[in-house]
Design a protein around this ligand. Structure first.
Ligand code: HEM
Length: 208
């Protein structure tokens, strides 16, 4: 779970940084998005790298979700004796946000692909023109709501997930805990903020 989570963080950081090219205008952004399909050429054929990346992300997602389900089953099994009042104690805020946030993000990813890659969920999709598609997206209020909610969930997920990953990998210690928590929070803020600035810029008219 920790390893796949860190892989997602790396992908998201690069994706977020790439999205910021939108501030350089349609030509630069579309050129960048086009380049994503040709990475590795001429050694690789067009889109080969993209498909390898997709396969790695899908396998990582399946492993991540399987590990999450196993973990929550193990949690339940760790308390075979029922609580005296018959009620399980309420899960912590972090547990809730990881479970519900994870489920929200899974739904969001399906929506996101239908919206900006396939285009069927986009109001005005034009193949090969991602700049136009992103701008068209964030002119619709409820699309902004979907993105903002998903991105805030993503921030909470990274913030807590990074710390959990550090614990799982055994790199936490009394002296390092504060620094590791700070790194998780900074990553969460930078990635969430970097993504959020795009819909904000379109809504504000800075990107049109
Ligand atoms: C404001 C936020 C975001 C914007 C504007 C954005 C934009 C885009 C665009 C334009 C593409 C399509 C590139 C193309 O096919 O030419 C894309 C692909 C993708 N995005 Fe995002 N993205 C955002 C946030 C996210 C987040 C938060 C995630 C994951 C949780 C994500 C995951 C992906 C994935 C996995 C793909 C690749 C789909 C494929 O393989 O074709 N994106 N994004």
């Amino acid at each position: 779970m920790a390893v796949t989570g860190l892989l997602f963080v790396a992908f998201l950081f690069v994706h977020m940084a790439g999205n910021l090219k939108i501030f350089f205008g349609p030509e630069d952004f579309d050129h960048y998005a086009g380049w994503l399909r040709t990475i590795g050429e001429p050694v690789l054929q067009e889109t080969w790298f993209l498909w390898v990346q997709r396969a790695v992300l899908v396998v990582a997602l399946v492993l991540h979700v399987t590990a999450a389900v196993q973990l929550s089953k193990r949690d339940r099994r760790a308390r075979p004796v029922k609580y005296a009042h018959g009620q399980r104690p309420r899960a912590s805020f972090a547990t809730h946000t990881m479970r519900w946030g994870g489920a929200t993000l899974a739904l969001y990813i399906v929506w996101h692909i239908l919206d900006l890659t396939v285009g069927v969920a986009n109001q005005d999709f034009r193949a090969g023109q991602p700049y136009h598609n992103v701008v068209a997206d964030f002119q619709v209020w409820w699309v902004n709501v979907i993105y903002v909610v998903a991105l805030l969930m993503l921030g909470l997920h990274i913030n807590h997930g990074f710390w959990s990953a550090a614990q799982t990998l055994g790199i936490t210690s009394k002296t390092r805990d504060r620094a590791l928590k700070a790194v998780g929070s900074v990553l969460a803020v930078v990635i969430t903020g970097g993504f959020l600035i795009v819909p904000i810029a379109v809504m504000a008219g800075w990107v049109a």
